[in-house]
Design a protein around this ligand. Structure first.
Ligand SMILES: Cc1cc2nc3c(=O)[nH]c(=O)nc-3n(C[C@H](O)[C@H](O)[C@H](O)COP(=O)(O)O)c2cc1C
Length: 242
């Protein structure tokens, strides 16, 4: 397998803690940002401004932000969960329910009530003492030319995400995307703490660091190429052995 494919296969979400005493060096961060710099974006907009946060005081202020549990998230998350490793391996998409609080994974539950009872959680639960957090922002007044909802602009932000993630992986730096930063209530507070101008929106944040070994076993699944590749017309399966 080519080196790049091996790296792509090894890239993963690290949801456990990072060593708070082991910072990500500025030279490694510079390489990660260099990867963002060369990412493809629609119309070469380079529509991102990236904040690198590694000041402990600033990280502590971010960690204090509380994030309300969202009924919509809990419901739509539930619809895509697998409830056993065997089910996940069969479906080959989605994630395992054991990653979430038990109340979020109970069939037939009233998710409005579950959200209210879950109450807010601190962003610190997700940041978990990480030494570095990247916050990726974009200018909401701009869009890729004629792109409805700026879908093409967002695809470019995704390319920057993947480029940075792959370089982090190549440096043995763990990474977890934190979508919670872009939710309205959280975003407003993050913007205030980081002096982010009104016109800028947060696309996502990523925490980075060196993973601490844990007993947690994380099952990663993927569909096979033949499950999603079509040959010359939709529905005609592509045979990779052809
Ligand atoms: C746009 C986007 C948003 C994501 N948001 C989160 C998130 O908020 N929290 C999280 O733990 N993982 C998040 N992820 C990571 C995915 O859940 C993860 O990539 C997927 O489950 C596959 O697992 P892997 O990264 O280990 O291959 C996000 C990924 C993408 C591309």
């Amino acid at each position: 397998m080519s080196e790049i494919l091996t790296l792509i296969g090894e890239r993963r979400s690290v949801r456990g803690p990072f060593d708070p005493e082991r910072p990500v060096s500025m030279s490694d961060l510079t390489q990660i940002l260099e990867a963002a710099r060369w990412s493809p974006t629609a119309h070469n907009m380079q529509n991102f401004e990236i904040l690198v946060i590694d000041d402990r005081n600033v990280l502590a202020r971010l960690a204090d932000i509380s994030s309300p549990a969202s009924e919509v998230f809990i419901r739509e998350n539930f619809d895509q969960l697998s409830f056993s490793e065997e089910e996940l391996r069969r479906k080959k998409v989605g994630i395992l329910g054991t990653m979430f609080p038990a109340a979020w994974t109970t069939p037939g539950a009233d998710f409005g009530e579950v959200a209210r009872e879950s109450g807010p959680s601190a962003l610190g639960d997700t940041i978990k003492g990480s030494p570095t957090v990247l916050v990726v922002t974009y200018d909401a007044r701009k869009r890729a030319p004629a792109s409805e909802g700026d879908v093409l602009g967002f695809i470019g932000l995704g390319c920057a995400m993947e480029n940075m993630w792959l370089v982090a992986q190549s440096l043995s730096i763990g990474c977890q995307i934190m979508s919670v930063f872009s939710g309205n209530a959280v975003e407003a507070q993050v913007k205030q703490i980081l002096d982010i101008p009104e016109r800028m929106k947060i696309a996502f944040a990523a925490r980075m660091g060196y993973p601490v070994a844990t007993a947690f076993k994380y099952v990663r699944v993927r569909r096979d190429v033949a499950d999603f590749a079509h040959h010359n017309r939709y529905g005609a399966r592509l045979d990779p052995n052809d």
